[in-house]
Ligand binder design. Structure first.
Ligand code: PLP
Length: 310
């Protein structure tokens, strides 16, 4: 990616585009393509690489040697920053919501294996993490750092996601993705050509606030578009919730198509796509691209009780 000292990140772009041969969707007149961003890199997969790489470049250009960011105890973003920092030669500090526990859970253990230093903030202080008192306090303790927001969404992250649409060399009507912070949706919508739409699927209960967020991310990135919308009815009970019907969808999709879906974001989005197809939301004969923003997380593969990320 033209980032000096970043040769260890095994990044493969463009990510593959794969057609899903699905009878149910065919009956509803919809062709489905998967944009396999989960295969971009084993270390910094999916939209996390898309969102980080321009930030890493900026940090490097600003002469920063340390990245600091925020996240929950099972955060995909925290693991991605830890791995990207290691691959690209930055020290990393992860400021984690809540109290520390020993032994570390698998996600934080992975982050420390990548060399990340962990700090914990009580929930009240954590909620105020964007206030200058909190940031100044962190700078006093850790010195100068490049600050990445929780979830990694900022103007450079949004711009990093804009190239996703450019990579898709097929005709399509809609590009679908899961929304946590909405940064990915903001970016990929910014670059869609006329007549195409982006649809985000909130994985949070009460995702109505995302509309304002996505608009703000687009404003910050200087690319406001009116070609996107957000579905708020496919959170399956809320963030990190994993009800049996979602598990069944994942099992069935895996059995039929050989792709194991990540449960906190990707499976909810794709279940939403199937439901919208059944409801006639897409043009008959149209093509939908679903962005696979990440692979199943560590604990998914090992047992049924893996915890979800933030
Ligand atoms: C972080 C993450 C998202 C959320 O992306 P936003 O830009 O915050 O909306 C979606 N899918 C996966 C797999 C993620 O890890």
């Amino acid at each position: 990616m033209g980032l000096r000292g970043c040769g260890h990140a095994d990044v493969r772009l463009p990510s593959p585009l794969e057609e899903v041969n699905d009878e149910f969707l065919r009956e509803h007149g919809v062709r489905l393509l998967l944009k396999r961003d989960d295969l971009i890199s084993a270390e910094v997969p999916g939209n996390k690489w898309r969102k980080l790489h321009l930030n890493l470049q900026a940090a490097h250009e600003q002469g920063r040697s340390t990245l600091l960011t925020f996240g929950g105890a099972y955060s995909n973003h925290i693991r991605a920053v830890a791995a990207a920092g290691r691959a690209c030669g930055f020290s990393t500090i992860g400021v984690i919501r809540g109290e520390g526990h020993r032994p570390l859970n698998w996600s934080l253990a992975y982050a420390t294996e990548q060399g990340m230093r962990l700090e914990y903030l009580d929930r009240t202080t954590y909620r105020a993490k964007h206030m200058s008192e909190v940031i100044d306090g962190l700078r006093e303790r850790f010195g100068d750092f490049y600050l990445l927001p929780e979830g990694g969404s900022n103007a450079l992250a949004v711009r990093g996601c804009a190239t996703i649409a450019d990579e898709i060399d097929a005709d399509f009507d809609a590009l679908c993705c899961a929304c946590g912070t909405g940064g990915t949706l903001a970016g990929l919508a910014a670059r869609l050509s006329a007549g195409r739409e982006a649809i985000g699927f909130s994985v949070l209960k009460g995702g109505g606030f995302l509309k304002e967020e996505v608009r703000r991310f687009q404003e910050d990135a200087g690319a406001v578009t009116g070609n996107w919308s957000i579905e708020t009815g496919y959170h399956f009970g809320g963030f990190a919730k994993y009800p049996p019907e979602l598990a069944a969808f994942i099992r069935e999709f895996h059995a039929r198509h050989g792709v194991l879906l990540e449960r906190s974001y990707v499976a909810k989005m794709l279940a939403g796509v199937y439901d919208l197809a059944a409801r006639g939301r897409f043009r008959r004969g149209g093509t939908v691209v679903a962005l696979i923003t990440g692979p199943p997380e560590g604990a998914d593969d090992q047992n049924g009780g893996g915890r979800a990320a933030t």
